[in-house]
Design a protein around this ligand. Structure first.
Ligand SMILES: CC(C)(COP(=O)(O)OP(=O)(O)OC[C@H]1O[C@@H](n2cnc3c(N)ncnc32)[C@H](O)[C@@H]1OP(=O)(O)O)[C@@H](O)C(=O)NCCC(=O)NCCS
Length: 125
């Protein structure tokens, strides 16, 4: 079950990534029997949507949880342009994004502690 999360403790206990709310971002959680097993942190910045981070608990990976979280956002917000940054070595995440129609549009040199990142974009023309 997908549900918006407002309780930061809930989401910040799941992974090393720490969400903090600002005027733009929201968190969508994936719950299984009332337990949070994954989330996506995303920002709506005027006319564009940016994926900040997506995470699925290790034991629930490869079961389409991340796919369903992102698909929900893609289907429920009618944004022309969705962007994200990803470490060039993060093959699972790159594959996930490509599966959902994201394309690599630029390389961000040394974006992650000295490792390059890709800027990926999903654009509806
Ligand atoms: C990346 C991550 C969110 C994927 O979550 P997931 O729920 O396991 O992904 P899904 O089951 O929805 O996978 C959808 C597609 O992504 C790709 N994918 C997912 N895991 C993969 C892996 N280990 N190796 C290769 N491709 C993978 C595949 O294309 C997959 O489709 P398929 O199952 O038909 O092959 C998860 O591995 C994770 O939490 N990683 C740590 C955090 C992270 O790196 N987040 C991204 C930051 S930018």
């Amino acid at each position: 079950m997908l549900k918006e999360i407002n309780d930061l403790n809930l989401v910040n206990n799941l992974s090393d990534y720490q969400v903090s709310f600002n005027q733009f971002n929201q968190v969508l959680g994936f719950f299984l029997n009332d337990n949070l097993i994954g989330f996506v942190d995303y920002s709506i910045i005027y006319d564009r949507l940016e994926i900040n981070y997506i995470f699925v608990k290790e034991e629930y990976r490869k079961q389409k949880v991340a796919y369903r979280l992102l698909k929900y956002i893609i289907d429920n917000y009618n944004y022309q342009n969705i962007t994200l940054e990803v470490n060039i070595n993060n093959i699972p995440a790159i594959n996930l994004y490509q599966k959902l129609g994201f394309k690599i549009v630029a390389t961000r040199p040394k974006y992650y502690n000295g490792v390059d990142g890709y800027l990926m974009e999903r654009r509806i023309s």
